[in-house]
Design a protein. Structure first.
Length: 365
């Protein structure tokens, strides 16, 4: 029997199911899944199983169109075996909803890198998956969004009215941190300019470690709402940031089991430890990426931009945390501080991550 929450899910995605050629009375299971959108798993009587999503929030229609455009770009080009994504089963633009094939994942990339002994083969596989996306040939230029992403902020009106009114108190605290730091703002403006002027490829645009599903043999990339033609260094930097973020979270969780309270000094110390444990994984990701990516994509300034986007990913994580809390935590302040140092000193911070010589040569295993 489908519960009350499942019934509400079905009612919201009824037009999507009809676009699939299915009916609500064929559904035997409907299970909502927590997320920023309305998500859920739906199972039909014949055993068919899909993941459904109805987009919410700002620019839902544009995000829906970008999600569909990714699958159109893949359909038109030869993506290769390394670029895997759940197949799009149906899309319904009026209800901004999508249905995807269900993927039975062994774990996510986030879960993998949180392990004490993370498997470098899985990390490299994720790097190859991202590289395959960046190497995707654009057959129809009209099939892909070319607009600049909303973040990182740049210019005199970096924070839009919609962002301001849609932010929580915790997020506004983080925005104040950003807006009062002129060297940081200057570095973000420079980053955006360099990204606009450099080589652009198909890019995910909002990559997080939990958006890569790992099976026994493959890596599947999810959530294409920010897909567009953009700077490939953004996705690489985001994944480097995710490696550090999840290793830091693992370190703090382990430490909190043996201490009543952690202060700011503890978080800073654990941040240094997390960088040390992140470095081999960051290098493994890069090795997988370089093994697969087209040679002309990694230019001389690629690593500097990737390091800056590593820094922005830590800010982005802090802003996401502010969605649920009314103040900035010690962890969020530490993430923002490390992120700032990476953005302002990207030409030097690459060495901290072990990436100082990776723009011109492969990393040893």
């Amino acid at each position: 029997m489908i519960g009350e929450n499942g019934q509400r899910l079905l009612e919201r995605v009824r037009p999507l199911l009809e676009a699939m050629g299915r009916r609500v009375d064929e559904v035997t299971e409907a299970s909502p899944i927590i997320g920023r959108n309305l998500n859920g798993e739906i199972v039909f009587g014949d055993g068919d199983r899909v993941f459904v999503k109805q987009l919410g929030g700002m620019a839902a229609g544009e995000r829906h169109a970008r999600s569909v455009s990714f699958h159109e770009c893949v359909r038109l080009a030869d993506a290769g075996a390394d670029l895997r994504a759940p197949a799009l089963r149906a899309a319904h633009a009026p209800s901004v909803s999508l249905a995807y094939e269900w993927v039975d994942a062994r774990s996510t990339f986030a879960q993998s890198i949180r392990e004490v002994e993370a498997e470098t083969d899985e990390v490299r596989r994720a790097g190859r998956c991202v590289a395959a996306l960046h190497s995707l040939e654009v057959i129809d230029p009209d099939a892909i969004d070319r607009s600049r992403p909303m973040f990182p902020p740049a210019g005199p009106n970096a924070m839009s009215r919609e962002t301001f009114y849609g932010s929580t108190m915790g997020q506004l605290d983080m925005w104040r941190f950003i807006q009062r730091d002129q060297p940081l703002l200057d570095a973000l403006n420079l980053l955006v300019d360099r990204s606009r002027d450099g080589r652009r490829t198909p890019a995910h645009g909002d990559l997080r470690a939990d958006q890569i599903f790992l099976t026994a043999e493959e890596a599947f990339m999810l959530d294409w709402e920010e897909f567009r033609l953009g700077d490939p260094a953004r996705d690489v930097g985001a994944m480097l940031g995710e490696v550090f973020y999840h290793r830091l979270r693992r370190t703090i969780v382990d430490a909190s089991m043996h201490a009543d309270e952690l202060d700011d000094a503890d978080v800073v110390r654990f941040g240094s430890e997390a960088i040390d444990t992140s470095r081999p994984l960051a290098q493994a990701f890069w090795r997988g990426y370089r093994d697969r990516v087209a040679d002309d994509i990694v230019d001389a300034a690629f690593v500097d931009r990737a390091v800056s986007y590593f820094g922005w990913q830590l800010f982005d994580r802090s802003l996401a945390s502010g969605t649920y809390f009314g103040r900035v935590s010690a962890l969020d302040r530490a993430l923002a501080g490390i992120g700032r140092e990476a953005i302002v000193g990207s030409d030097r911070y690459g060495a901290v991550l072990g990436l100082d010589d990776l723009s011109t040569q492969e990393v040893t295993a």
